[in-house]
Design a protein around this ligand. Structure first.
Ligand SMILES: NC(=O)c1ccc[n+]([C@@H]2O[C@H](COP(=O)([O-])OP(=O)(O)OC[C@H]3O[C@@H](n4cnc5c(N)ncnc54)[C@H](O)[C@@H]3O)[C@@H](O)[C@H]2O)c1
Ligand SMILES: O=P([O-])([O-])O[C@@H]1[C@@H](O)[C@H](O)[C@@H](O)[C@H](O)[C@@H]1O
Length: 546
């Protein structure tokens, strides 16, 4: 972990907040956490450069109908910038349950807060964050031959969440302290310690096109920009907001995260939002099918601020995707994978890869927060139903022993709004499967997900990892010493973020992977490649061949 600021002053203006003392001691930079001793890795003050051989297997149908598998090797050069930039996190929907919770959580960690609860004293932590709460196997101890595991956050020089400068927009003008109370997520003893700082945090006014979210949200909309349809003025205002936030807080970089309400799907219409030029033209013409989230995405792309969609709507219509590619800008999404779906993607992966034929999944949940209120409207629920349903597709399609072409488990998703349970969603799932010789296995789960406390660490992971990806470049390694090509960014669509998302966006024409273990392996092994380390194969031959 790069040393992070012991203390940085900052403004508590309407557009942003950064102050307080980071109590966590500055920790060793990643290059101090470990050094890779290899002719394929070089460290300079500016970069880590690695030469990496990517090994895959090409499969072709042979003449005899059998597959022919041919091992392939592709040599890459990776370059990772080591300087950790001063980074801002701008939340769309800042005043919501997730926005206020993640803000309070970062302040609590930054200040090392401890608060009373009925179970005793609670210390701030980042549990539920892959970056801050999980480890990666570095290798095997030379003497003891035991695994050596290091914090995920130390694999590459990542931003420390304590150092994130936070700001954002909301259609509700409530300051973050009052909005935190409205959210009913955090203990009063914690809220009391962050109340003063959060009361100085006021969201910027936002774009509000009523038709895209539930009508029951209208009473919240007292902090909106003029105009109820997309327009160039909205795009330019949001771009200016990002620039002002960056300047006011002395930032090197800003990442924008949509954690606002779930919108209805936008219709994809030829000539309206099917190409980059058409989406820009439609915004200029005020086309009613351009959503607020797409307007934010366009503004971020034009401002070169990575934009991540934490909700399930189709923000990235083809025109927005094409615009991102055209501008070499980063986008990612969709829909935080926080509780019921995360469990589903792990359980389905286990069942199907164990050769157990899952035949039906009944997924029900009820919750009482404002998200649930918005989702009580059918069009907004439909967006969520899609993202919660598609998560099993890749695992089913990968097993044609159990499932014939086009065959898949029955799958239903039900969400009900029950105000009494507030943010503490109750998820009830039944998994029904065929087992050996006509037997059946029925798995029934009751899973209380404190939704915002599960989603907030994912917001941190998505922001920290998206920022990290802006500092990693690659090129095809030269094999004959000829002049090599220039370093390039990863593709605009950050599919590497899929572990945190229900409906992972991938570059056009590439497959979607939902299996949770594969998603995590892709993320950790790409980061290992950046420091010249082989993927973790778990073969542990050193423990088998002796
Ligand atoms: N576990 C989770 O909490 C979880 C998991 C997956 C996805 N999500 C998604 O994350 C989003 C936020 O969840 P939440 O519980 O914080 O919801 P919330 O309703 O508490 O917060 C949403 C906020 O967005 C604001 N808003 C709505 N439209 C806006 C706009 N155009 N511009 C700016 N602000 C706007 C609202 O005023 C509200 O403050 C929802 O779309 C939800 O579906 C949440
Ligand atoms: O991530 P997950 O727990 O599967 O899904 C959740 C749903 O169960 C919940 O109903 C919804 O309000 C949240 O936004 C989130 O999408």
């Amino acid at each position: 972990m790069a040393p992070h600021a012991e203390e940085h002053t900052g403004s508590t203006n309407g557009a942003g907040y950064s102050s307080g003392h980071s109590t966590a001691a500055a920790t060793a930079a990643p290059q101090d956490a470990f050094t890779v001793h290899s002719p394929n890795v070089t460290y300079t003050d500016a970069d880590i450069k690695s030469k990496y051989t990517y090994r895959t297997t090409k499969v072709e149908a042979g003449a005899d109908g059998k597959y022919v598998a041919t091992p392939l090797e592709t040599a890459y050069d990776f370059k990772t910038e080591r300087k950790v930039p001063k980074t801002g996190m701008m939340l769309v929907g800042w005043g919501g349950n997730n926005g206020t919770t993640v803000t309070a959580g970062i302040i609590a960690n930054k200040r090392g807060l401890v608060w009373d609860t009925k179970e005793g004293c609670q210390e701030a932590n980042y549990y539920g964050s892959v970056v801050m709460g999980s480890t990666v196997k570095l290798g095997t101890d030379a003497k003891t031959h035991k695994d050596v595991n290091i914090p995920f956050s130390q694999v590459l020089p990542m931003v420390h969440p304590n150092d994130l400068v936070i700001g954002g927009w909301d259609i509700s003008k409530m300051n973050m302290a009052d909005a935190m109370d409205r959210a009913k997520v955090l203990e009063p003893t914690l809220k009391a310690q962050v109340q003063k700082e959060m009361s100085a945090m006021v969201p910027l006014p936002s774009v509000y096109y009523p038709d895209f979210i539930a009508a029951n949200q209208e009473d919240r909309a007292d902090n909106v920009l003029e105009g109820s349809k997309a327009c160039n003025a909205h795009v330019e205002k949001l771009r200016q907001d990002i620039r002002d936030f960056k300047t006011a807080n002395g930032l090197d970089k800003v990442i924008v995260m949509w954690t606002a309400n779930t919108e209805r799907y936008a219709s994809v219409i030829e000539g309206v939002n099917d190409t980059a030029d058409n989406i820009l033209k439609s915004i200029e013409q005020g086309h009613e099918e351009v959503s607020p989230s797409s307007v934010f995405a366009v503004a971020c792309i034009l401002e070169n601020a990575p934009f991540i969609n934490g909700s399930p709507q189709n923000t990235f219509v083809p025109g927005v995707m094409q615009l991102a590619e055209k501008h070499n800008a980063f986008i990612g999404g969709d829909d935080f994978k926080s509780g019921q779906t995360k469990m589903k993607s792990a359980l389905v992966d286990f069942l199907i890869s164990a050769g157990i034929k899952l035949t039906s999944i009944a997924s029900y949940n009820h919750l009482g927060n404002n998200d649930g209120k918005n989702l009580s409207s059918q069009k907004q629920f439909r967006s969520k139903e899609i993202s919660k349903s598609n998560v099993v597709d890749d695992m089913v399609e990968a097993n044609h022993v159990l499932y014939k072409e086009g065959e898949h488990p029955d799958h239903c998703v039900v969400i009900k709004y029950m105000p009494a349970v507030a943010d503490n969603k109750r998820a009830l799932d039944e998994y029904y499967a065929e087992i050996f010789l006509g037997g059946h296995q029925t798995i029934s789960l009751f899973n209380i997900c404190e939704d915002s406390l599960l989603a907030s660490p994912l917001i941190i992971d998505l922001v920290v990892l998206a920022e990290m990806m802006t500092r990693i470049q690659w090129k095809a390694a030269s094999t004959d010493g000829a002049a090599t090509t220039e370093y390039k960014n990863f593709h605009s669509v950050l599919s590497v973020l899929s572990y945190m998302l229900k409906a992972p966006m991938t570059p056009p024409g590439t497959p979607v992977v939902n299996a949770l273990a594969k998603q995590r392996a892709a993320l950790t092994n790409i980061f290992r490649a950046c420091v010249g380390l082989e993927p973790e194969s778990d073969m542990t031959l050193e423990h088998k061949l002796f």
